[in-house]
Design a protein. Structure first.
Length: 456
């Protein structure tokens, strides 16, 4: 196994040795002991990511992520789970300063439930030639923060001015029970909206028929359901809204179907959209391609599988991998490879629905999570994506680059005893992707029990 120097095991190049004087040598030894015993992972690396110093905690956290078991380059070790890191460091042109602070890295499929599932990474540029990285397991902290954000959104909806509220009463199936002035003021709808599902406020292709019922069930379980995103007015104009659904107590127990069952509070927060979207992009988007990053993908996947457990229906996952992508990087450099990755991400966005979650998981591997989608439907849309890629010719420094893609498809079915969670779904789709590559690439393969290694 090849790895960088471990703190306490020797002196990295450029550091003073015993011949530099007893005082300086003692200070250096104390520093090395601090690095060795520090409760967080510490890595010193060159500007190219080459590791010059690493403490044991970092080695433990990074080793499971390395493709070849080597820890000689920080960027390479993180390539499959945090491809943004190389780009962030390369684009940071200041001679020194903080490059990233607490960047979340999801380890699903690698760390396992018993070990770290979310790491926080901070990188400081010490000088033009040196980087210092800090790694920490923040799995429990992230779970707590998610609960707090949900509570904060609920409180914000309650405490904000009511002048921009639409207060909508819903029946047990989520249909609008009656019209009032606030609905007309915020959405422009007239009395004709009565009897329609509250999804009438959503733009086309941003939900599924089950999504509205999911929100009602979440309100039943949690006491409220909070959502923020695009909405549309009666005349088709878009606006950005915060929506909170709360269950109402039955007014007449003898006739429960005659009274509203839920209250929907819809707030126009278009003026806050830029700030909200900037935060979402910073936290959940891949910096290079603009699609979701690993954090955004796993956050959305856990929510979707939770909904599918409450209201059983299939959830499909398609894994994509660009064929022979190393050749693109070798021929056109990493900058040329980045252009190709951005073009592929755009093809993904153009092919899949707005309700689908499209993400870059690492390197040249991408994923699409499709709610309420079975195997035949998922394979069909994956083939459309491959056809779209076949028509692409990406201009890179005067040359036109063509490429192909392989895809593996798996479907999560809650009634299956081995359904498991997102890790199991990823494992199945990854085996299907491997089968697609083994069969010659540039094809779609769906997971079945008969695939090699399927029963492992």
């Amino acid at each position: 196994m090849n790895s960088g120097p471990v703190a306490g095991a020797g002196l990295p190049s450029g550091m003073p040795g015993a011949d530099a004087g007893p005082d300086l040598a003692a200070e250096h030894e104390a520093l090395m002991q601090f690095l060795y015993l520090a409760p967080v992972g510490l890595v010193q690396a060159g500007a190219d990511g080459g590791i010059t110093l690493i403490n044991p905690i970092s080695a433990q956290l990074l080793m499971p992520l390395s493709r070849d078991g080597c820890l000689d380059n920080l960027f390479t070790a993180l390539e499959d789970v945090a491809p943004d890191v190389r780009t962030l460091c390369e684009q940071f042109t200041a001679p020194r300063g903080r490059i990233c602070d607490g960047l979340h890295i999801h380890l699903h499929g690698g760390g396992g439930r018993a070990g770290p599932r979310i790491l926080a990474l901070s990188i400081v540029k010490l000088d033009p030639a040196r980087l210092m990285a800090v790694l920490q397991d923040v799995t429990l902290q992230v779970e707590r923060e998610r609960q707090l954000r949900h509570s904060d959104a609920w409180l914000a909806a309650l405490l904000a001015s009511i002048s921009d509220f639409a207060l909508v009463s819903l029946d047990r199936t989520g249909r609008i029970e009656q019209w009032n002035d606030s609905i007309g003021r915020v959405t422009g709808h007239t009395e004709a909206i009565v009897g329609q599902p509250f999804a009438v406020f959503d733009p086309a292709d941003t939900g599924t028929p089950q999504r509205a019922l999911d929100q009602l069930k979440e309100a039943d379980v949690n006491g409220w359901s909070v959502d923020e995103g695009p909405r549309v007015r009666a005349d088709g104009t878009p606006f950005w809204a915060s929506a909170m659904i709360t269950p109402l107590p039955e007014r007449d127990p003898a006739a429960p179907d005659t009274d509203p069952a839920y209250s929907l509070v819809l707030r126009d927060i278009t003026d806050r959209r830029d700030a909200s979207e900037s935060w979402r992009q910073a936290v959940f988007a891949d910096h290079l391609t603009g699609v979701a990053n690993r954090r955004g993908f796993f956050h959305a996947a856990e929510l979707e599988l939770g909904r599918a457990r409450r209201s059983p229906r299939p959830v499909a996952l398609v894994l994509f991998d660009l064929d022979h992508f190393k050749r693109v990087n070798d021929t056109h450099g990493h900058a040329g490879g980045d252009v190709v990755l951005r073009a592929f991400a755009q093809a993904l966005r153009s092919t899949f629905r707005a309700v689908d979650v499209v993400a870059r998981l690492g390197g040249e591997e991408f994923a699409a999570l499709l709610p309420s989608t079975d195997m035949a439907q998922a394979c069909a849309v994956a083939r459309r994506l491959l056809a779209a890629v076949a028509d692409l010719a990406v201009p890179v420094e005067g040359a036109l680059v063509t490429f192909t893609v392989s895809a593996g498809v798996a479907v999560w079915m809650p009634q299956e005893p081995q359904a498991g969670g997102i890790d199991g779904l990823l494992k199945r789709s990854d085996r299907a992707l491997y089968a697609a590559k083994a069969a010659g690439r540039n094809r779609v393969v769906g997971w079945t029990d008969g695939l090699p290694g399927a029963a492992a």
